[in-house]
Every structure is written in C-alpha cells, then in structure tokens.
Write a protein that binds this ligand. Structure first.
Ligand SMILES: NC(=O)c1ccc[n+]([C@@H]2O[C@H](COP(=O)([O-])OP(=O)(O)OC[C@H]3O[C@@H](n4cnc5c(N)ncnc54)[C@H](O)[C@@H]3O)[C@@H](O)[C@H]2O)c1
Length: 284
C-alpha cells in the first residue's frame, strides 16, 4: 500500500520510533494522529507540524482506545494506517529477581496495549472496507531471545507476535498487517522505568543519561514505511538478527526431525487445517 496522503494513527507517537514514523509520514503528505500517555510531550509535538493531531491516551485502557478511534475518524474522516507502537522497557534484571508486578506491567502496556488497539481499530477498519494497514511494533525479542536480563519483556513481545500473526490470518486481505521487529534503537525507552505506576511497584531509578545506544529512530522508520509499501508481514531492521533467527529455526527443525516421524499419522489432527476450516465456517 502506498503511504502518500494516508490518514495515520500512531500510539506511543510522542517519542522515539513512533515520532520518527510520524515525521516521515507527514513528509509524505499524511495527516497523523499522535496518541501517547505523555501529555507534555504531545503538546510539544502538536506545535511541530500542522498535520500532527494529538490525543492523550493510555493504551492499557480499552475506553481510551475507543475515544482515540472516535477522535481519529472525526478528525481525519477515516483511517488508513495504524501503528500499535506504544511500549515500555523494564529494569535489566535476571528473570528470577524480577517482581510479578513488573511482569504484569510490561504485559499491560506491551501486550494488552496492542490487544486493545487491535480490538478497537480492527472492526472499524474492516467496516470501513478500504485498503488499510496495521503495523504492530514487536521487537527482535518477538522472534528469539537475543540476550538475558529481559525475560518479562521478551515474553510480552513474543505474545505480541502470536497476537499479530493471528490477527493477520483472521482479517480480510484489504487489511494488511506487519510486525516491526527492531533490535536496539536509540530512544527514551530505558527511562520508562522511572514511570512505573505505583500499582505495579512504583518508579525505579533511571541511571541512564548518557547517549542511548542503537540505530536511530529515523532508520527504523525508513524500514517500517518501506515494509508497509512492500506488504511485508515481518519488518526487520538490523541484519545482526539473522543469526539468532537461524539458530532458533535450526534447533527447532533439528529437534522435530529427530523426535518425530513424517508418517506418524499427525496429519489427521493438524491444528492448522482443522481450525482453518472451523474459522471459515464461523465467518462464512
Ligand atoms: N528502543 C529500542 O531499542 C526498541 C527495540 C525494539 C522494539 N522497541 C519497541 O518500540 C516501541 C516504541 O518504543 P521507543 O523505543 O520508541 O521508546 P520511547 O520511550 O522513545 O517511546 C515510547 C512511547 O510510548 C509511550 N507510552 C508508554 N506507555 C504508554 C501507554 N500506556 N499508553 C500510551 N503511550 C505510552 C511513551 O510515553 C513514549 O512516548 C515500543 O513498543 C518498544 O518496545 C524498542
């Protein structure tokens, strides 16, 4: 789908990857609704371009997404492109030293934030009936585990992979779906630990302050927009991820080839075809 002149909604749009995508799309003639929990950052964004429209919204709340969708349709007259991008990081810590509260918080934002976005925008885009696209920001941590110390975050991003793939299979062809899978990007994400709500353990000290490491948000935006225009489901941004993808896939194929036989009779209980037929009956 060509992005020129599209009507766009971006969650987590006031910083980092979301803001870079907003700027690139504005340069391509798009009207963009930037939604974010950070109202102060949104105010600064609103002054940046005439084509930026801002809406304060916490993606952990379904009602907030419904209000965002109402605002977007009213402001833009329709929506062609949605980025479910809002997300947070956790303090770097071994899995067994993390609290349940932190694990729940990262799921609330990174998983349920995407859940609410798809649940809200999905039906409206389908009803609208025109060519459209949804991009979910996953991570390299959606497709393998590159490193220790990010256990609960890894789980949230793997959950997003399953959700997004299912959404892609269950929605009509005119609704394109992508999973953006960046590795390290130089953004403000490390500072999100200073904004952990009290109900999830409260703010942690953010010891950063030096330059963030990684590709620039603009580099990620270039990949994201090119991926939408190519109709790619997976949008990768860092070549270094190739090895870990290959390692996991090789380990899985090696295990299944050693542990099972091609003629074991499992075709009759192939979930993919069984549930595929059931889905066709349900939506027929
Ligand atoms: N920075 C990286 O290295 C990296 C790598 C892979 C994936 N990602 C993912 O990219 C996405 C964007 O993150 P970023 O790196 O640009 O970080 P960022 O902190 O610069 O931007 C994230 C934005 O999301 C907003 N946000 C946080 N919680 C929210 C909520 N509950 N409701 C609405 N908005 C909320 C923040 O206020 C912020 O403006 C996230 O999903 C993140 O997991 C980041």
């Amino acid at each position: 789908m060509k992005v020129d002149g599209c009507r766009v909604v971006i969650t987590g749009g006031a910083s980092g990857i979301g803001l870079a995508i907003a700027r690139q799309l504005a340069d391509r003639g798009c009207q963009v609704v930037l939604a974010d929990i950070d109202a102060a950052a949104l105010t600064i964004c609103a002054d940046e371009r005439d084509t930026f429209h801002t809406f304060a919204c916490d993606v952990t709340q379904q009602d907030a997404l419904e209000a965002l969708a109402d605002f977007s349709w009213a402001t833009l007259g329709g929506v062609d492109l949605v980025f479910a991008n809002a997300g947070v990081g956790l303090p770097l810590r071994p899995l067994l030293d993390h609290t349940e509260a932190h694990a729940r918080w990262v799921m609330e934002v990174n998983y349920f934030g995407v859940w609410h976005t798809l649940q809200t925008f999905g039906p409206r885009l389908i009803e609208q009936g025109s060519q459209c696209h949804v991009v979910v920001t996953g991570s390299e941590n959606s497709i393998a585990v590159p490193a220790p110390l990010l256990g609960a975050y890894n789980a949230s991003k793997h959950a997003v992979l399953g959700l997004t793939e299912t959404f892609d299979r269950e929605t009509p062809d005119f609704l394109g779906v992508s999973l953006l899978c960046p590795a390290l990007v130089a953004t403000n994400i490390a500072a999100s630990v200073a904004r952990i709500p009290d109900e999830f353990g409260g703010p942690e000290t953010f010891s950063g302050g030096g330059p963030a490491l990684g590709f620039s948000p603009e580099q990620i935006s270039e990949h994201a927009v090119a991926g939408v225009e190519a109709g790619d489901f997976y949008i990768f941004t860092h070549h270094c991820n190739r090895n870990m993808i290959s390692e996991r896939l090789s380990a899985q194929l090696d295990a299944i080839d050693r542990q099972t036989q091609p003629d074991d009779g499992s075709d009759v209980c192939n979930t993919r075809s069984l549930l595929g037929r059931l889905f066709d009956q349900i939506v027929a």
